[in-house]
Ligand binder design. Structure first.
Ligand code: ZN
Length: 316
């Protein structure tokens, strides 16, 4: 049967200073700011989307930067590490680059046969780079990172949980995931088992619950093709016993939300329509974009947001 869910769509996290956030993900990691908009549920806060050239689903890390926010704390009931995919031969390039920029980075960790670099952004947000030769996505560069070493998109995400049974059932019985394997208390699931569709459950017991603030993930979104498949997913999840929200219009995709049994907020977002609906691809992320309902309040909204400069070559 055709899968309704085909991997990770985006991951959304909380941050503090918006300028530092933009500088890190464009300047240090070389992602593109594909959309500068507002938090639709809290219009006085930015919503930044970082990804590949067009913000392809499976490449998009997004942030709500709350200036002055205190640091959150990693714990259970949280996506603790968001992992990007890099080419197999790029480990030393990235290790050297991060060290040169004074970012504390792990030595390569071995995981399911791949080498993994682990580090945090200035807010403590957990990022990993997984070096793999099975990723056919071409990556993206506008300068700071040579294309040959560029990030290809997400590889996977770590769901940090107290136990895995209920979440595992949800993934495999209602979300088109299959169990792939276990290594060192890390249980891997994938829709195809390819970079961009993998989630790992790591069990921490006993462990404290995460405290959500700057540097922690707010939710992880899984991708589905379109509104018709999304409605089917909503039905399947409801039949499985999940409390799922109504469909919300996020302008660049449609979303439904639910909390998985371990406490992590899950979303299922459509691949359609994408980020080119209100900006030319050549100019994505350059101007503040607002949904139609917020457009009449543009002046007030803009005044409440700190001005941001985009300088991807800052850390060249
Ligand atoms: Zn989302």
């Amino acid at each position: 049967m055709e899968k309704l869910i085909t991997g990770i769509h985006h991951i959304t996290a909380l941050a503090s200073n918006p300028q530092k956030n933009v500088d890190f993900y464009t300047g240090v990691l070389g992602l593109r700011l594909v959309k500068k908009t507002i938090n639709f549920d809290s219009p006085d806060v930015y919503h930044f989307y970082f990804g590949d050239e067009v913000g392809t689903p499976g490449t998009i890390l997004t942030f709500f930067p709350f200036e002055g926010a205190t640091r959150g704390q990693k714990g259970v009931g949280e996506t603790t590490f968001s992992a990007f995919s890099i080419p197999k031969a790029s480990v030393s390039f990235w290790h050297d680059r991060l060290k040169k920029l004074d970012i504390t980075v792990s030595t390569p960790i071995s995981r399911f046969g791949d080498e993994v670099l682990r580090f945090e952004d200035h807010d403590g947000m957990g990022i990993e780079l997984v070096a793999t030769d099975v990723d056919s996505r071409k990556g993206w560069t506008y300068g700071p990172i040579p294309l040959e070493h560029s990030i290809r998109g997400f590889h996977s995400a770590t769901l940090n949980l107290r136990s895995k049974e209920l979440t595992s059932s949800l993934l495999t019985e209602a979300m088109d995931y299959v169990f792939i394997g276990e290594e060192n208390n890390r249980f891997r699931y994938g829709t195809n088992g390819e970079p961009g569709d993998i989630v790992d459950i790591v069990i921490n017991q006993p462990a404290t619950r995460s405290i959500q603030s700057a540097g922690t993930v707010h939710h992880i979104a899984f991708r589905t093709a379109n509104q018709a498949s999304q409605l089917k997913v909503q039905q399947v999840l409801g039949d499985f016993g999940q409390q799922v929200t109504e469909v919300k219009d996020r302008n660049y995709f449609k979303s439904i939300y639910f909390r998985e049994p371990g406490g992590i907020l899950f979303e299922v977002a459509t691949d359609e329509p994408g980020f080119a609906i209100d900006e030319e691809i050549g100019h994505l992320g350059e101007n503040l974009k607002l949904p139609d309902w917020a457009e009449p309040k543009r002046e007030v909204i803009s005044k409440n947001l700190a001005a941001i400069t985009l300088d991807p070559k800052k850390y060249d």
